[in-house]
Design a protein around this ligand. Structure first.
Ligand SMILES: [Zn+2]
Length: 466
């Protein structure tokens, strides 16, 4: 069984955190300012991580390619802004990201040395762009998300995720070319993060193994502090149906089997289960079908339910208890139960070695938005879920969080205000800054001897630790 290690000072910090109605942890701006004051007083690296510094260079030394990355990304910033704007202003839901697919593949085809495959792996809107140095070396992959939320546009800021990955990947390739560095960069256009699991489809189709990807890099915007150790929850969404038998509800109800009663029994058991849930377990649901008329015994009832937990291992334990609630409904009423999985996302396993490399670059960029390594895991922990979690079980994954100004009510993703916030030039500039950090990690992996091995070792340890 995999155990979760809590961040050192999590208990002290609960008071400064609040959780919004759905699924995103919000850390107050006041908290951010306190952290900045702390960092101004004590410096960004007051508590070093346990990771050997050999992997990503001397703490005090300026990272080798920092200035070069900055210069290239600052130029890309102007070239890519219209593409970012197009994806933001034309929001498309999962697997329908045609405008984004066109804009992004056009852009990548315009870059020298990149080979682009449109509509890859059986998905119209998935794509792959590859830069191959021609020399054997590490294969660094990036993921670019594109899809929006129904009705509220780019309220999860996926246009910014695409931007950070594109500028990061292109900058890495340009520096590889200039300095004749060995290795390969693979940039995936990943559809349908919001419930469609596009990355899981790419994993299942062998996309990442086809290119022998060693690691994967991605970012996510939020109303949270910048972080290099994003930790998301494991998620299981499923449909529940009960099949009973109609009968006259007044004249001879004893001849019927009440499917709605089965569902209500299950719903009540499910709700009571919350009392025995562990911290971090989340269960939610809604009833979608509750019968057709009060004078007919309900032959059909259905609902959509969700369970989340901090780790995949805990989710499997929780899911057994949840399933028992639904079985109880069937047992009590005689209705037949059918449960259909809709989508499962694994938790995101952070990688300390790549996080350290990212922080070393990111904390030197202007204007300063410092990551505090001592609190990084806390800042990066959220109750939200993503298919990047599945990627993190398949290979070492770096998923960093970057802050944007979320607007007047300071809410995080999944509300219309955040969609507006994700369209500003300032948010785009911050995405580009995160992209610089990703390029730094990629170049460290290509150049620093032993780092890739250390990343893989840390990943294997983390898979059993979290
Ligand atoms: Zn989202």
């Amino acid at each position: 069984m995999r155990k979760r290690t809590l961040p050192i000072d999590e208990s002290n910090c609960q008071a400064t955190r609040s959780v919004d109605e759905d699924d995103y942890v919000v850390v107050s701006f006041e908290h951010q300012h306190q952290l900045r004051r702390h960092l101004a007083d004590h410096g960004p690296n007051t508590t070093p991580t346990s990771v050997s510094s050999a992997a990503s260079g001397d703490e005090d030394e300026e990272p080798r390619y920092l200035a070069e990355i900055s210069r290239i990304v600052d130029k890309l910033n102007q070239e890519f802004w219209p593409v970012n704007k197009k994806i933001h202003d034309n929001p498309e839901q999962g697997f329908q990201e045609y405008i984004a697919h066109e804009a992004l593949t056009n852009f990548m085809e315009s870059r020298a040395g990149w080979k682009v495959t449109r509509s890859a792996y059986g998905m119209d809107t998935a794509w792959v762009a590859v830069y191959d140095s021609g020399k054997v070396g590490p294969v660094i992959s990036y993921n670019a998300e594109m899809d929006c939320l129904p009705g509220i546009g780019q309220a999860c800021g996926h246009n910014l995720i695409a931007s950070a990955s594109v500028v990061g990947a292109v900058a890495t390739a340009e520096i590889m070319k200039k300095h004749s560095l060995p290795g390969k960069i693979v940039l995936f256009g990943t559809p349908a993060e919001e419930g469609g699991g596009g990355k899981i489809k790419l994993l299942d189709a062998g996309a990442y193994s086809d290119y022998k990807c060693d690691v994967n890099l991605i970012t996510h915007p939020g109303a949270v502090d910048d972080s290099a150790l994003m930790r998301t929850t494991a998620y299981s969404g499923f449909k529940v149906e009960y099949f009973g038998r109609e009968a006259h509800a007044a004249a001879n109800p004893w001849l019927g089997i009440n499917a709605l009663d089965a569902l209500i029994t299950a719903y009540n058991s499910f709700s009571m289960l919350r009392q025995q849930c562990m911290a971090g377990d989340i269960i939610q649901g809604r009833i979608t079908d509750g019968g057709i008329a009060p004078n007919i015994i309900h032959a059909y009832a259905a609902g959509h339910f969700v369970a989340r937990a901090p780790t995949q291992a805990r989710l499997l334990e929780l899911k057994k208890k949840v399933d028992a609630c639904f079985e109880a409904g069937a047992l009590a009423t005689g209705a037949k139960l059918k449960m259909t999985p809709l989508m499962n996302y694994k938790d995101h396993v952070p990688n300390q070695v790549m996080a350290k490399s990212y922080t070393r670059y990111f904390n030197r960029l202007n204007p300063p938005h410092l990551i505090n390594p001592a609190r990084d895991l806390l800042q990066g922990t959220t109750q939200a879920s993503t298919d990047q979690g599945d990627v993190s079980y398949a290979m070492p994954s770096l998923s960093v969080g970057f802050s944007i100004d979320p607007g007047p009510t300071k809410q995080g993703p999944h509300n219309p205000e955040f969609a507006k916030a994700a369209g500003t030039k300032d948010a785009f500039d911050r995405a580009c800054r995160a992209g610089k950090g990703l390029a730094g990690v990629a170049l460290d992996l290509l150049c620093v001897e032993g780092m890739l091995d250390e990343v893989k070792k840390s990943w294997k340890e983390s898979l059993t630790k979290y």
